[in-house]
Design a protein around this ligand. Structure first.
Ligand code: ATR
Length: 267
């Protein structure tokens, strides 16, 4: 059930999603559905902003009293972190935000919910990461956010693997500098010896993609999780299923992220 647009009035609060390009973004229907479900007079609309105009745009957002907050996505996550008046410690660790909120005094507050959404997605299926040995493949934006969220969630050990191993080492160093007590290392393509195995790369999105890791190291009882939402069953999840692992697709991450975002917007 949608919202009748004639219910939008001068009192309706505006939420934005900032991206460039923007046609592919998936979040507005989800956030608007939450607003309708919670009977909130708010609507999320797309704002396509070019990177060179982001600073000027953020200045006007501070003055826009109808604006409550927004989702910040590619290519603005890093730049917006520097523009916000205040960001969470996890956003500082990552040097990126994916949500902003406008306070009554016009200050912009930012947070990074990409990784916590993933961890909450596991939690929504009864999987706790606390005390677990976790293997994460990938070292890009998505994987970094998950890595920091895992470390925040008190896992026992994090092994990072990536095609370009320098990037895994760099992520490992960044985690250690922000969380000196974290147990983290750089591993190989073999995920053996871990409780939870996570694909944080884009490998598996396109038909014919190779597996992001060596499936011979998967064993019954392991939890194998994906960030990829489409297709729902990636080659990795199919291989993990055959090995007797418990599989966890990417979808719950999005659902949990939308809830976390809605709470951040005080929706
Ligand atoms: P995202 O924001 O989705 O994380 P990204 O920052 O571009 O996107 O990161 C993509 C990740 O997928 C990286 O870890 C990348 O590995 P490299 O750092 O070696 O590039 C990984 N990836 C993408 N294509 C890959 C491929 N064909 N084989 C192995 N890893 C791949």
């Amino acid at each position: 059930t949608g919202r009748d647009l004639t219910t939008i009035t001068g009192k309706t609060r505006v939420l934005a999603i900032l991206a460039d390009p923007i046609g592919h973004v998936k979040a507005p229907p989800g956030i608007n559905a939450i607003a309708i479900r919670r009977a909130r007079d708010a609507v999320m609309v797309p704002f396509q902003v070019a990177p060179e105009h982001l600073v000027a745009f953020a200045v006007s957002l501070r003055t826009l009293k109808s604006f409550d907050g927004g989702i910040v996505t590619v290519p603005h996550k890093g730049a917006m972190a520097g523009i916000c008046d205040e960001i969470s410690s996890r956003a500082r660790m990552m040097g990126a935000v994916n949500v902003i909120r406008r306070e009554d005094d016009g200050r912009l507050v930012g947070d990074m919910l990409d990784g916590v959404g993933f961890v909450a997605g596991l939690g929504s299926k009864g999987i706790s990461v606390e005390g677990k040995r976790v293997y994460l493949v990938g070292a890009g934006g998505a994987a970094s956010a998950i890595a920091f969220a895992l470390v925040e969630a008190s896992i026992a050990h994090l092994t990072l693997a990536n095609r370009t191993s320098d990037k895994a080492q760099d992520l490992c160093d960044r985690i250690r500098s922000h969380a000196p007590d974290a147990s983290v290392s750089v591993g190989t393509t073999d995920p053996a010896g871990h409780d939870i195995v996570i694909n944080g790369t884009s490998l598996g999105m396109k038909p014919g993609d190779p597996l992001p890791l060596d499936a011979a190291g998967l064993a019954p009882g392991m939890i194998v999780a994906e960030v990829i939402m489409e297709p729902e069953t990636t080659p990795l999840l199919a291989a993990a299923g055959e090995k007797g692992c418990r599989t966890h697709p990417g979808k719950p991450m999005l659902e949990q992220q939308l809830e976390l975002m809605a709470s951040f917007f005080k929706l």
